[in-house]
Design a protein around this ligand. Sequence first.
Ligand SMILES: Nc1ncnc2c1ncn2[C@@H]1O[C@H](COP(=O)(O)OS(=O)(=O)O)[C@@H](OP(=O)(O)O)[C@H]1O
Length: 228
Amino acid sequence: MGLSAGLGKQAFSATGERTFYQGADLAPLNQRFKDARPSEIMQFTVSEAVNPVVFTNFRPLAVAFLHLITNAKPDIPVIWVDHGYNTPETYRHIERVIKLLDLNLYTFSPKMSAAHYNAVYGGIPELDTPEHDFFSRTVKLEPFNRAMQELKPDVWLNGIRHDQNAHRKGLDIFTPGNHGTIRVAPMFHLKEIDVEEYVYEHDLPDNDVYFDPTKGEEHRECGLLLQK
Ligand SMILES: Nc1ncnc2c1ncn2[C@@H]1O[C@H](COP(=O)(O)OS(=O)(=O)O)[C@@H](OP(=O)(O)O)[C@H]1O
């Protein structure tokens, strides 16, 4: 399915009732929006949500999601955990995207800087060790949880897709997120090529040199999606 595939004439209006709350039955929503365009899912979500936020790591192709969501709601809070280990290219890319999309950015940093961590613990630990778990908790999970506690969103919007890894294949557009949120992934049913085309067609800058210190390989989960 491409970005231009859609629901056709069907339109949705706000019901006045709360759509997104912990324990909401999400199956009817997933059914209703399974063939919808990402822009329709975003419009519906921002009109029904009370306090929607975006979490992003500015990974490759994330700019497409940020472009779509800021078209639907320009002032939506965009939360970025800057763990301090991004590549220089990623930091420069982030600066460009903040300016281009005029993002309402909230940056959350770990309580220990990367320089401090490196000096005391000798850099990024080996994967699948207790040291690496501690590292991930310190540089990513703690600031992520702090952001959730401070902003108290009802909806966590993100750009994840079904084709990113085996775990994500089993997810859906609307799923229960942690901290009582409903996690909404408007691009869930898209393929990587659809998103690449969107970036190309809109002449958006992309992030080519990306590295996540909490993952060894691209398709691994670091834990934010697995946290309950
Ligand atoms: N650094 C940082 N800051 C803010 N938010 C972040 C961060 N890392 C992950 N996320 C959120 O988790 C979603 C999935 O991210 P990842 O693909 O990196 O997977 S993981 O859960 O971190 O393993 C991710 O969705 P997308 O960025 O849209 O893929 C975000 O909603």
